[in-house]
Structures are given as structure tokens and as C-alpha cells.
Design a protein around this ligand. Structure first.
Ligand code: SF4
Ligand code: SF4
Length: 300
């Protein structure tokens, strides 16, 4: 029996903000990385502050704005005011994220970060790269933000990729209930599991949340025998002292695949581009020799 449009089950949708093709850093081979919006950590060094909120957000480039007020005219809710003195004034409270203002901004000063995508639409995009996955032993990596916060969608797309024989990886900070891992475990070949600190208090200071659940999830996950690569961002002044503790914890629990990631300042300033600005901190970048030293000591 053929179902008409009204009878069809609602499509699983997610809010994502980027699909990056030909990625070679997020698992084996050539990959497509899908970045989800929404995160439940607030890492002090985050270079993707546009991923914090799950909803789409407005970005504003002051340099491009010509003060024409067309955005305000296109807004159905009077959420924008182009003021000659104060510039563009935004009333977030009444904004419905409809994006009409961006269409009215002919100077391209306003743009929307993040968009809804259905599982069918995403699958179609991901399958375009199938020959590259097959040739390179690559696949698809889900990242963010925290991709596990949009679990129904993630589970469906992972399952559909596995049905096509495509390698899947999930990049997670692990701050979700363990039962969420159990749901995606059958369809996930590799977990890229972030660790930022060993001690709970330090973790709270660096990310805003406890790491008790994160460590517990990691241990439970490792006992399933699934492939896990630990990824640790190194921000020397914040977590260098934590590295030996993290290594001991991981080794004691038989987790040996550890990758250290160099902090970079590339994303600093992105937070200012949001119409609801996010304050970002800046830290020292390590030179290649220093990073090599850390890798020799802690990485496998
Ligand atoms: S996204 Fe918000 S500010 Fe822009 S038109 Fe819609 S309601 Fe108005
Ligand atoms: S429409 Fe664009 S250029 Fe005009 S005031 Fe709004 S943001 Fe500025």
C-alpha cells in the first residue's frame, strides 16, 4: 500500500552546521565529517563556539553592513533594529530563528549558522562520496558540538550507513547517559572519545561539567571491545599537568590508542561573529618540537 504524504511517518531531522568532505583527520581513510549543532560542555579553548546552541543562529559581519535596515523590514517579529548609533540591535527573546532577515540582507552581512537536514537528505549527500570511502578505506565521522545529543537522527543515519557497508566513527565528549552509547554501538566502528582532564575539579574548571560520567562511560564502552581512540587537546597552561594522570588512567584500563591534538588559535574571534556573541579565550600555541615532546611521552 502506498502512503500519501500525510500518512508518512515524520522524517528524522537534525540541526547541523557543516559537512566537511575529504577529511583525513577524523578516522581512517578519506572521510566526510558531519558537524552537529548543540553541545553540553563549554570548553574554555573551544574553536567552534557556533556549535554550542542546538538551534540555528545568526552571524553578523559588521564590516559588510551598510545600515540599510532591510533585515529589520523582513523580520516578522520586529527582532532587529538598524540603529545609526548602536548598529544592529537584536532582540533574541522574540526571534524564532526563521532566517528571513538573512534573505533580506542583500549586503550579505547577516547569515545563518546551522540548518535542519533530514536523514534522507544527509544520506544522499554522504553517498555521493562512496567511491572515495571505498578506495581509501574511509567513511563518515559524526562530530560537533556533541552529535550524541541528537541521538534518534544519529542512530538512524549510522544504521543506514552500516547497511551500505560504510565505516562509521562518532566523535564524542562522552557526557551523555550510557544507554545512548548502547543504542549506537551496533552501528559504530570507531569512537573518537575526547578527554580533557583527569581530576574532576580541573575538568569542571576547564569545561563547566564534571567528568565522572565521562570516565565511567569510557570504561564501560572499552569493556565492549569496540574500537576507541582517545583524543586529548593539549593547552599547556590548562591541562599539561593532567596528562600523566590521564595516561595512567587509560593504561591501567587497557586503553592504549591515544592521540594528542595541538591547540590552535584559528577559531578565536568566531564567537564575536555571532549576533549573540560568545566570549572566547586565547591560549599559547605550542611549537612543533614541544608538541612532539608531549606526543613522545603520552601518545601511542
Ligand atoms: S531569524 Fe529572528 S531576527 Fe531573523 S527574521 Fe527570523 S525572527 Fe527575525
Ligand atoms: S540588511 Fe544587512 S546590510 Fe542592511 S542593515 Fe541589515 S545587516 Fe546591515
Amino acid at each position: 500500500m502506498c502512503l500519501d504524504k500525510k500518512q508518512r511517518a515524520p522524517q528524522n531531522k537534525a540541526v547541523i552546521f557543516n559537512i566537511q568532505r575529504f577529511s583525513v583527520f577524523d578516522g581512517p581513510g578519506v572521510r566526510t565529517a558531519v558537524f552537529f549543532k548543540g553541545c553540553n560542555l563549554r570548553c574554555r579553548w573551544c574553536h567552534n563556539p557556533e556549535s554550542y546552541e542546538k538551534r540555528p543562529q545568526l552571524a553578523f559581519d559588521k564590516q559588510k553592513c551598510i545600515g540599510c535596515g532591510s533585515c529589520a523590514e523582513h523580520c516578522p517579529g520586529s527582532c532587529l533594529l538598524s540603529d545609526p548609533v548602536r548598529g544592529l540591535v537584536y532582540n533574541r527573546k522574540d526571534c524564532t530563528d526563521c532566517g528571513r532577515c538573512t534573505k533580506g540582507c542583500y549586503a550579505k552581512a547577516l547569515s545563518r549558522i546551522g540548518y535542519e537536514i533530514t536523514a534522507d537528505e544527509l544520506m544522499q549527500e554522504l553517498l555521493e562520496e562512496l567511491p572515495y570511502y571505498q578506495e581509501s578505506g574511509g567513511g563518515v565521522t559524526f562530530s560537533g558540538g556533541e552529535c550524541m545529543l541528537q541521538l534518534d537522527f544519529l542512530e538512524e543515519v549510522l544504521r543506514r550507513l552500516k547497511e551500505k557497508g560504510i565505516h562509521t566513527a562518532v566523535d564524542t565528549a562522552g557526557n551523555v547517559p550510557y544507554k545512548d552509547f548502547e543504542r549506537i554501538l551496533p552501528y559504530t566502528d570507531l569512537f573518537l572519545y575526547d578527554m580533557k582532564a583527569f581530576h574532576e575539579q580541573v575538568h569542571r574548571e576547564l569545561t563547566g561539567v564534571s567528568n565522572v560520567r565521562i570516565k565511567d562511560n569510557l570504561l564501560r564502552l572499552s569493556r565492549t571491545g569496540t574500537d576507541i581512540r582517545i583524543r586529548i587537546p593539549v593547552i599547556e597552561e590548562l591541562n599539561a599537568a593532567e596528562l600523566p594522570f590521564m595516561k595512567d588512567f587509560l593504561w591501567e584500563n587497557g586503553i592504549r590508542d591515544i592521540e594528542l591534538l595541538a591547540y590552535h588559535r584559528m577559531g578565536v574571534g568566531k564567537g564575536d561573529l555571532l549576533l549573540e556573541p560568545v566570549r572566547q579565550e586565547s591560549f599559547r600555541e605550542l611549537d612543533a618540537c614541544k608538541m612532539e615532546e608531549y606526543r613522545n611521552r603520552y601518545q601511542i
